[in-house]
Write a protein that binds this ligand. Structure first.
Ligand code: ISL
Length: 567
C-alpha cells in the first residue's frame, strides 16, 4: 500500500468511550452523552482521530446496552438524539469522526420485533428470530430437550423456553439477547435501513458487534447441528455452526452494497470477530471483496487461558510474539490489522500484560503502549488506558455488576466449583475491571460524578488520574500523546513493513518497521530484568532515539523500557 492510496484510517488512532463509565453530567452516577461532550477536550488533547462510542441506544441494560430495544432512539439514561447530533457536530468541528457500535447479531428481548415474534407462532415476525421446537421425542422443558446442545457465551444453554408456545428461542449471549435470523431477507433490509439512517445523520461508520456470528449453519430443513461435547459440562461447543457461517461473506458484501457503497464521505467499518483466524481476516478485510475495513481478532487475548477465560494461565511472551507476528505477516500485503490490548470486555492491560505494582506501573503502561502503537495497523485506546488505569481490587461478589461475571458465578458454584476460586478468577478476568469510572481527578468520585457511581471508583484514583498527568511530561498520558503524534507524523509508523526480531526471547520484544529508505527499530523490555542492549541488538548502538519511555539512552535496556530508534 503506497502512501498516496492508503486509506485515512491507516494513520488514525481510535479512542473507545464506554459511556456509562466515562463522565456523568447529571449526577445520577451513570455516564452520559452530556459527559462525553464535556470531555471532548481530553480527546482533542490526546490527538485521537476517531471516537468509538459503545451503545447508547434504548435498552433494558441487561448487558449494558448490548441488548438494544430501539436502534433509532437514545436511552434516556444517556441523553437525547439532539445531544448525539451535537456530539457529531462537535467531533466534526474538531476534525474527529464518530464510530457507532452496531449490535445486530441480536436484539433485546424487549425490542418490538421480538415482542411481536414471541406473540404467536403465526406472527409475521416469528421467523425474524430462531424459534425451534424441543428435540424430537422430548417434551418442552425436559432436561436436554433444547434444540441443540450449545453453551451460551454467558453460561448455560443458548436456548430459552417460551412457555406459551412450547418453543425455544436462540440466544448466543444472555437470554435477554435473542439472535436475529439473518436468513430472513426482511431482517437484513431492516438492519440496512437503520444503518443508512445513522449514516445520513452524520456518523462516520460502525464497530460491528460479533458480526462474524450472524450467519448460522442451518440445514435446508431448518435443523441446527449439535457441537462436540465440552468436557466437564452438560453442553456442546456450537461455535463451529456460527463463528464462520456459510453465508457470512455474502451477508457482509450485501451490507456493503446496500449501506456503504457509493457514499462519498470517508467511513470506517470494523468487525468484532471472536474466533476469527488470520486466513479468514484476510478475506474479510481484502478491499477488493468490499466487506469490512478491519477486524478485531482475539488470539492475543486468549493466550493466558485454558478451556475458558476463567481458567487463567500464565502468559508466555513467546506465544504473544508468535501470535502478533503471524497477524502482522498474514495481513502484510492484503487487509489491515486493528491493534488493541484491552476494551470494555477485557481486564486492564497494565494489570494483565504489564506490571501494575507501584514501582513499574508507569513504565510498563508506556512500554505496552509503545509496543502496540508501533505495530502496523490501527491502534485502539480504551478509555483510562492513556492514564494507566489498572484492575479493581475486588474482594466480594457484591462488587460485580457484569452479567457475564454474575452468570458465571451462579453456574460455576451451582455445579460444584469452589466459590473462593471462582471469585479469584473473576477478580482477574471480570469485564468489570475495565468498567470502573474513568479517573479524572483525585476527588472522592474521581470527577466522574457528583452522585454515587454505578460501579465503584478504583481507590487508586487519588494517585492515578488525568488531572495529575495532564501537565507532567513524564506521565503515561504525555507518552500516549507522543505516540499518537508519531503515527501522524511518520509514514513508516503507519505503513512500514513489519519484521519480528528475537522471536525466541522470553522478555524482550523487538521488531523493525521499514518504508522506502527509513527503518525504525523498536525494542521493548517486558520484564524487570536489565539487559545489555548492544549484545542483544548490535544495530541499536549509536542509533538515533525517536521516542523512548525513560530518559536518556544508556547502554543497558532498563526494566520495562521501550525505545523507538532510527537505523
Ligand atoms: O466478553 C467476552 C469475553 O468473555 C466475550 O465473550 C464477548 O462477549 C465477546 O467478545 C463479544 O463481545 C461483544 O458482544 C457481547 C457484549 O456483551 C460485549 O460487551 C461486546 O463487546 C454481546 O453483545
Amino acid at each position: 500500500m503506497s502512501e498516496r492510496d492508503a486509506p485515512w484510517w491507516t494513520r488514525a488512532v481510535v479512542y473507545q468511550v464506554y459511556p456509562r463509565s466515562f463522565q456523568d453530567s447529571d449526577g445520577d452516577g451513570i455516564g452520559d452523552l452530556g459527559g462525553v461532550l464535556q470531555r471532548l477536550d481530553h480527546l482533542a488533547d490526546l490527538g485521537v482521530d476517531v471516537l468509538w462510542l459503545s451503545p447508547i441506544y434504548a435498552s433494558p441494560q441487561a448487558d449494558n446496552g448490548y441488548d438494544i430495544s430501539d436502534y433509532q432512539a437514545i436511552d434516556p439514561m444517556f441523553g437525547t438524539l439532539e445531544q448525539l447530533d451535537e456530539l457529531i457536530a462537535a467531533l466534526h468541528a474538531r476534525g474527529m469522526k464518530l464510530l457507532m457500535d452496531l449490535v445486530v447479531n441480536h436484539t433485546s428481548d424487549e425490542h418490538p420485533w421480538f415482542v411481536e415474534s414471541r406473540s404467536s407462532p403465526d406472527s409475521p415476525k416469528r421467523d425474524w428470530y430462531w424459534w425451534r421446537p424441543p428435540r424430537p421425542g422430548m417434551a418442552a422443558g425436559d432436561p436436554g430437550a433444547e434444540p441443540t446442545n450449545w453453551q451460551s457465551f454467558f453460561s448455560g444453554s443458548t436456548w430459552e423456553l417460551d412457555e406459551a408456545s412450547g418453543e425455544y428461542y436462540l440466544h448466543l449471549f444472555d437470554r435477554k439477547q435473542p439472535d436475529l435470523n439473518w436468513e430472513n431477507p426482511e431482517v437484513r433490509e431492516a438492519v440496512y435501513a437503520m444503518m443508512r439512517w445513522w449514516l445520513d445523520r452524520g456518523v462516520d461508520g460502525f464497530r460491528m458487534d460479533v458480526i462474524n456470528m450472524i450467519s448460522k449453519d442451518v440445514a435446508p430443513d431448518g435443523h441446527l447441528h449439535d457441537g462436540p461435547p465440552i468436557p466437564g459440562t452438560a453442553f456442546g461447543d456450537g461455535t463451529g455452526s456460527y463463528l464462520y457461517g456459510p453465508r457470512i461473506h455474502e451477508f457482509l458484501q450485501e451490507m456493503h452494497r446496500e449501506v456503504f457503497a457509493g457514499r462519498p464521505e470517508p467511513l470506517l467499518t470494523v468487525g468484532e470477530m471472536p474466533g476469527v483466524t488470520v486466513e479468514q481476516a484476510r478475506r474479510f478485510t481484502d478491499p477488493a471483496r468490499a466487506e469490512v475495513d478491519m477486524v478485531f481478532q482475539f488470539e492475543h487475548v486468549s493466550l493466558d487461558r485454558g478451556r475458558s477465560k476463567w481458567d487463567v494461565r500464565p502468559l508466555r511472551m513467546r506465544d504473544l510474539k508468535t501470535s502478533l507476528g503471524r497477524w502482522q505477516a498474514g495481513l502484510a500485503d492484503v487487509g489491515w490489522n486493528s491493534l488493541y490490548w484491552d476494551n470494555h470486555d477485557q481486564p486492564r492491560a497494565v494489570s494483565r500484560f504489564g506490571d501494575d505494582s507501584s514501582g513499574f506501573r508507569r513504565d510498563s503502561a508506556t512500554c505496552l503502549a509503545t509496543l502496540l502503537h508501533l505495530h502496523r495497523g490501527t491502534p485502539y485506546v480504551y478509555q483510562g488506558q492513556e492514564i494507566g488505569m489498572a484492575n479493581f481490587p475486588f474482594t466480594s461478589l457484591d462488587e460485580f455488576a457484569d452479567v457475564e461475571s454474575l452468570n458465571h458465578y451462579v453456574h460455576a458454584v451451582s455445579t460444584g466449583a469452589d466459590a473462593a476460586a471462582v471469585l479469584s478468577a473473576l477478580r482477574r478476568m471480570s469485564r468489570d475491571n475495565a468498567r470502573t469510572p474513568v479517573q479524572w481527578d483525585a476527588s472522592p468520585s474521581a470527577g466522574f460524578t457528583t452522585g454515587t457511581p454505578w460501579l465503584a471508583v478504583n481507590p487508586d484514583h487519588v494517585e492515578w488520574n488525568a488531572a495529575a498527568q495532564r501537565d507532567d511530561a513524564t506521565s503515561v498520558l504525555a507518552h500516549y500523546r507522543r505516540l499518537i503524534a508519531l503515527r501522524h507524523d511518520l509514514p513508516v509508523v503507519a505503513l512500514g513493513d513489519f519484521a519480528m526480531l528475537l522471536p525466541e526471547h522470553d522478555e524482550v520484544y523487538a521488531f523493525t518497521r521499514s518504508l522506502d529508505a527509513e527503518t525504525l527499530l523498536v525494542v521493548c523490555n517486558l520484564s524487570r530484568t536489565t539487559y545489555d542492549l548492544t549484545s542483544l541488538l548490535p544495530g541499536a548502538a549509536g542509533a538515533e532515539l525517536v521516542l523512548g519511555n525513560l530518559p536518556g539512552t544508556p547502554a543497558e535496556l532498563r526494566p520495562w523500557e521501550a525505545r523507538v530508534l532510527r537505523l
